[in-house]
Design a protein around this ligand. Structure first.
Ligand SMILES: Cc1ncc(C[n+]2csc(CCOP(=O)(O)OP(=O)(O)O)c2C)c(N)n1
Length: 572
């Protein structure tokens, strides 16, 4: 890729590469960066010394990148992370892959050894551009300080346009020390990169024709709806054409969980209504969704077999990747739906709507309520009721993540922040810190497992020091719940390495960081301490000791059809 940039103003004064980088970040309107220093980024950190840019010192680079990711998901703006060469850079790898899988805009800045040392196995040298090539949207190794402004401009542009994703900028130490004048480009053009946002009118006409013919239409809305800010257009389109909507894990909040057309989440732990609608629909409109195996179970032969597939996505590579597509519509979901809602005909779907809404009412999520037992599902319901649903919720990965998806009906986009594609334990808590910084006046709750919390709980130091008032709800079942569940169901209860005995006392651990902590073992305690935690002006952790052998239901096993749902304890 090369540039064609217009220069804005000329300033003959010379700056070091690291000062130029700082100026570029400020030009981009970056209001917070997350990171961790080291030898190769000493010049960059020196330029941050005067505090022109708000920087948060994480306690691990993985914490820094997940925080930047949480910031990006909460705002839609690129998150920025800075790490040193070698181990600092490799500690970012999980976070980069995580952002790539969920199409999250990040600009990841790494230092590298001086160019004269590259390739010599120098101290703390790692080929981070090579390592992350398959998990970034784009990456740069800066070889000349004069290229830095153009590269930063391009990096923010690429990260945040089209299908967003992480962009890496690797800056050797000699480049950050070298001097040059500074001019920030006012425009950016990257050859070979022109994401198409307007849909082809012919494909839209085909869609309208298909809508006229469909008796059992269904919308499958994914994270692309949230990314493109298309929630209003989606509501208008679904209401006008009278089509029920199921939202994937990444799409939750992209369509209101209280809307009468909503059928809940589909797939492995989805609703009966959504899964059966997928089985029976005659027109399936995938919108910013990628038909992944947590929705299809990898059984394309059993998935929406009677349906014509319409696929709307900004990324042409997604179309036809998993399913044969009858009507491909490449474009920005918001623009596509804005056109479609004007002209879409009303589907002849009354009987179908009655049927799917009946399923939704008849088969709600259920769990066995037992006297004196603190159930994790009840805790999630309580988090919802105590906030009136008015909160940004992040999760980690595991059972608690699925219970949040099931029992916390999100009304707004960007209010549910979760690691959908990579399924990264350790994501949720630092992501909540980034989200809270992005949305200071709002209640931000990090729902996490006792396993996942231990992967990044060192970031409690950041919460304490910067007084970030995140409320952490540890759904503590004393085990790696989701793995335990699979071992129970698929490995004849041969529980192997899922017992988390030896975990610290989370209350004392949290207090050691200077953060307020509570524990609840009963409902009464849960109600009382959660209220206190919410009212506490600073960060707080609540350790909910929940029933440890609870399973997430319904469940569809990988490799089986959506018609083979295990309904669980409350089977009816
Ligand atoms: C980094 C990472 N390692 C391993 C896994 C596999 N894994 C998925 S869920 C899970 C259990 C999570 O346990 P916990 O955090 O306690 O949450 P729970 O399922 O009990 O709610 C594991 C180990 C993962 N998703 N991420």
């Amino acid at each position: 890729m090369t540039d064609s940039t217009e220069r804005a103003g000329k300033d003959e004064k010379e700056f070091t590469g690291s000062e130029i980088l700082l100026r570029c970040l400020l030009e981009e309107g970056v209001d917070v960066a997350f990171g961790y220093p080291g030898g190769a980024v000493l010049p960059i950190y020196d330029s941050l010394y005067r505090g022109a840019l708000n920087h948060l010192l994480a306690r691990h680079e993985q914490g820094a990148i997940h925080a930047a990711d949480g910031y990006a998901r909460a705002t839609g703006k690129p998150g920025v992370v800075i790490a040193t060469s070698g181990p600092g850079a490799t500690n970012l790898v999980t976070g980069i892959a995580n952002a790539q899988m969920d199409s999250i805009p990040l600009v990841c800045i790494t230092g590298n050894v001086a160019q004269s040392l590259i390739g010599t196995d120098a101290f703390q040298e790692a080929d981070i551009v090579g390592i992350t090539m398959p998990i970034t949207k784009h990456s740069y190794l800066v070889t000349d300080v004069k290229d830095l402004p153009r590269i930063v401009k391009e990096a923010f542009h690429i990260a945040s346009t089209g299908r967003p994703g992480p962009v890496l900028i690797d800056i050797p130490k000699d480049v950050s020390n070298a001097k040059s004048t500074f001019q920030y480009p006012s425009t950016v053009t990257v050859r070979g990169y022109q994401p198409k946002s307007d849909p082809h009118p012919l494909q839209l006409t085909r869609l309208y024709q298909a809508l006229k013919e469909a008796k059992k239409p269904l919308i499958l809305a994914g994270g692309g709806v949230v990314t493109s800010g298309a929630e209003k257009e989606l509501i208008a389109f679904a209401e006008k054409a009278r089509i029920p909507v199921t939202t994937t894990l990444m799409g939750l909040g992209g369509f209101p969980g209280q809307h009468s057309l909503w059928l809940g989440m589909p797939g492995m732990h989805g609703t009966y209504a959504a899964n059966h609608a997928l089985l029976e629909c005659d027109l399936l409109i995938g919108i910013g969704a990628r038909f992944d195996d947590r929705v299809t179970m990898g059984r394309i032969d059993k998935f929406a077999t009677g349906a014509k597939i319409v696929h709307i996505d900004i990324d042409p590579a997604e179309i036809g990747k998993n399913l044969d597509t009858f009507i491909p519509i490449v474009g920005d979901v918001k623009k596509v739906l804005a056109s479609a809602m004007q002209e879409a005909p009303r589907c002849p779907s009354d009987a179908w709507l009655k049927q799917v809404q009946g399923w939704y009412r008849q088969y709600p999520f259920r769990y066995r309520d037992e006297e004196g037992v603190l159930k994790p599902q009840w805790v999630i319901q309580h988090l919802y009721e105590s906030t009136g649903g008015d909160a940004v919720v992040t999760t980690d990965v595991g059972q608690h993540q699925m219970w949040v998806a099931q029992y916390f009906p999100f009304a707004r986009p960007r209010s549910f922040i979760t690691s959908g594609g990579l399924g990264t334990m350790g994501f949720g808590f630092p992501a909540a810190l980034g989200a809270q910084l992005a949305r200071p006046g709002e209640t931000v709750i990090s729902v996490t497992g006792d396993g996942g919390f231990q992967m990044t709980c060192q970031e409690l130091a950041v919460a304490a020091l910067s007084e970030i008032p995140v409320k952490v709800a540890v759904i503590n079942n004393h085990c790696l719940g989701m793995v335990r569940q699979w071992q129970e169901i698929f490995h004849k209860k041969r529980y192997s390495e899922v017992d988390l005995s030896g975990s610290p006392d989370f209350v004392r651990l949290t207090e050691a960081y200077g953060v307020k902590a509570f524990r609840a073992k009963t409902r009464e305690e849960a109600v009382r301490v959660w209220k206190e935690a919410l009212e506490h002006p600073g960060p707080a952790v609540v350790d909910f000791w929940v029933h440890s052998s609870e399973n997430v239901y319904p469940m569809v096993a990988s490799g089986t059809g959506l018609d083979e749902m295990m309904m669980g304890d409350e089977e009816g």
